[in-house]
Design a protein around this ligand. Structure first.
Ligand SMILES: Cc1cc2nc3c(=O)[nH]c(=O)nc-3n(C[C@H](O)[C@H](O)[C@H](O)COP(=O)(O)OP(=O)(O)OC[C@H]3O[C@@H](n4cnc5c(N)ncnc54)[C@H](O)[C@@H]3O)c2cc1C
Length: 557
């Protein structure tokens, strides 16, 4: 049995394996599609390695709307196959693959007109529910009376909202889920190495037989040998195709999507809200005791690693939400902002990005090299399966079929039974039941590993900050088991403090660095450098918000 633990020792071993061994499959990219492909291949019994140039989920896979959904708006495009496939994945994730991470969430679809809109939207939601087939983990949609709307969502403006329909989708902490897929792949033998960047291909004639990659920590080059290389580089695809001197069958257009985060008190509603906008839809999504509101959809050509929101993005979201909300949300309410880049597969140059399909494309631009891009988070498992189905043709040996439909992620095993034992776990551990529930929803049955840390050092049972749910043990665990290597990894992806706390959690950076420094073997200088690196990221990320805040202060003064 292999270990799912990712930490500095495992990283060292991974680097040695990458340069000393040869693999059936080498995956480039540790977003949800890359780790999904690695898990698919490893669970078929193949020898797999995955390299990620930043951190697991550092690209688009930590910056989504965090919805596991069929995609209501694809119904409008009559893309029933895509919706049915995504709804099947949604049911599978909620019921079997990772019920500790993917949870049902109710949404209100407010109606501003009494009859025509209700018939149209009602028919759409009936179709949405019907496309699930017989798997019914979530309730059927429901038409609400005015009284019910007022009770559920007092923040919806009664002067313009004539009705509403409630339906269900699911939500996930995307970065945590991507990490869980990576750790599950590691448990099935995949060698996972972050901060290793693919630079060029190793060729034998026309055939690609591996990748020259740089270990970004040591600066050394690694020649990684693999029978087939699988590229899952999202919005980096075009750049890598060019670096690798490949002629791909598709191009990837980037579209920026921004979200803002508000305190729970800013909007009074017991359900999420979906709004039609002139270009797309806007989601108001419950996120523990906060709201995530977004998104935008604008063409983008800037830095792929650091997409930032600008003042227009933030103002657009506030204006759209305020069309239906009372009291109105204010710029000063905003706790956090984040931006992500959609990888849209484009066959025709010059297409408007909102019209491109979210469906994925697999490609084989050279013998020994396959790639995948596009799609959406919800269908990562299908994308992993499809690209590995293509990759195994290169192995020239019989390979088993994908088994990921029947393969729960680490932490899923026994989750439903543990939920029934919250009080007992609380009694035995000395934690309160709210904290136990918080831990179960993040680690599932791996809660035992967190509790072991607390048993060994009781000070780790304390909260990192009174206003946030995270224990110090979780910060420690992020580096001892979850492969975090920097303050940014912990604040932005192992926890979501980056958008859950004011100032993007900068005030907690020192405390976090202190907890993780011994595990990472940092000197004082290295510790300070990691805090400083996060600080410079935050300054750039908060620029748009600061600009808007000072403008609104001027208007109000
Ligand atoms: C604003 C927004 C909202 C969204 N909301 C939803 C939603 O609610 N539901 C949904 O289903 N989908 C949603 N999506 C879509 C979904 O998030 C993406 O389709 C998905 O995350 C893409 O994953 P990926 O693995 O292809 O790309 P990424 O996550 O970007 O992964 C690519 C990885 O490749 C790495 N890489 C790049 N170059 C190299 C190199 N040279 N060597 C090694 N590694 C390299 C990068 O560092 C990166 O980590 C949303 C997208 C956006 C932008």
């Amino acid at each position: 049995m292999f270990l799912s633990q990712l930490n500095p020792d495992q990283h060292q071993n991974a680097i040695m394996a990458l340069s000393g061994e040869s693999f059936d499959v080498l995956v480039i990219g540790g977003g949800v599609n890359g780790v999904g492909a690695a898990l698919d291949a490893a669970s078929r019994g193949l020898k797999v390695a995955l390299i990620e140039s930043q951190d697991i989920a550092a690209g688009t896979s930590s910056r989504s709307s965090k919805l596991i959904h069929g995609g209501l708006r694809y119904l409008q495009q009559y893309d029933f196959k895509l919706v049915r496939e995504a709804l099947h994945e949604r049911e599978l994730l909620v019921s079997t693959l990772c019920p500790h991470l993917v949870k049902p969430v109710g949404f209100l679809f407010p109606l501003t007109e009494k009859f025509k809109e209700r018939t149209y939207v009602g028919a759409g939601l009936a179709l949405y529910d019907a496309l699930r087939g017989f798997q019914r983990v979530m309730p059927w949609h429901k038409h609400l009376s005015q009284k019910q709307i007022n009770e559920i969502a007092p923040s919806l403006r009664p002067d313009i909202i004539m009705g509403a329909i409630k339906y269900f989708d699911a939500q996930v902490d995307d970065a945590r889920h991507t990490l869980s897929v990576a750790r599950t792949a590691a448990r099935h033998g995949a060698v996972i190495a972050t901060r290793v960047s693919a630079e060029s291909l190793i060729r034998n004639g026309k055939r690609v037989v591996g990748v020259n990659a740089r270990d970004l920590i040591s600066g050394e080059m690694l020649a990684i040998k693999a029978t087939v290389t699988v590229m899952c580089a999202g919005v980096w695809s075009d750049e890598l195709h060019a670096n690798f001197d490949l002629k791909p069958g598709y191009n990837v257009t980037m579209s920026k999507g921004v979200h803002i985060v508000l305190p729970g008190s800013a909007i009074k509603s017991d359900a999420g809200i979906i709004l039609k906008t002139p270009v797309s839809v806007l989601f108001i999504i419950p996120w523990a005791d906060k709201w995530i509101v977004g998104t935008t959809d604008t063409p983008y050509t800037g830095d792929r690693a650091e997409p930032f929101a600008n003042r227009e993005d933030v103002q657009y979201i506030v204006d759209q939400a305020n069309r239906v909300l009372t009291p109105q949300i204010k710029i000063a309410d905003i706790i956090g902002v984040y931006a992500g880049l959609r990888p849209l597969v484009a066959n025709n140059k010059g297409s408007v990005t909102t019209k491109l399909s979210r469906e994925h494309t697999v490609d084989r631009p050279a013998p020994g090299f396959v790639s995948i891009a596009g799609g959406k988070y919800t269908t990562y498992r299908i994308m992993g399966r499809d690209v590995i189905d293509l990759a195994v043709n290169e192995l020239r040996k019989l390979s088993p079929e994908s088994v990921t439909e029947k393969l729960p992620l680490i932490g899923a095993d026994g989750y439903f039974a543990l939920v029934q034992q919250v009080e007992r776990i609380a009694d035995e551990s000395g934690l309160d039941s709210q904290t136990v529930t918080h831990l179960l929803n993040r680690y599932g049955s791996l809660i035992s590993e967190i509790l072991d840390l607390i048993k060994a050092d009781a000070s780790l049972a304390k909260k990192l900050d009174a206003d946030l749910p995270y224990l110090k043990a979780e910060i420690y665990y992020a580096v001892s088991h979850e492969g975090a290597r920097s303050v940014d990894d912990v604040i932005s992806r192992r926890t979501r403090i980056t958008f859950e706390a004011h100032n993007q959690g900068l005030d907690l950076a020192d405390a976090i660095a202190e907890i993780i420094a011994p595990v990472l073997g940092w000197s004082t200088k290295e510790r300070k450098a990691s805090v400083a690196a996060y600080e410079s990221l935050v300054v750039r990320e908060l620029a748009a918000l600061d600009e808007l805040l000072s403008e609104s202060e001027k208007v109000n003064s």
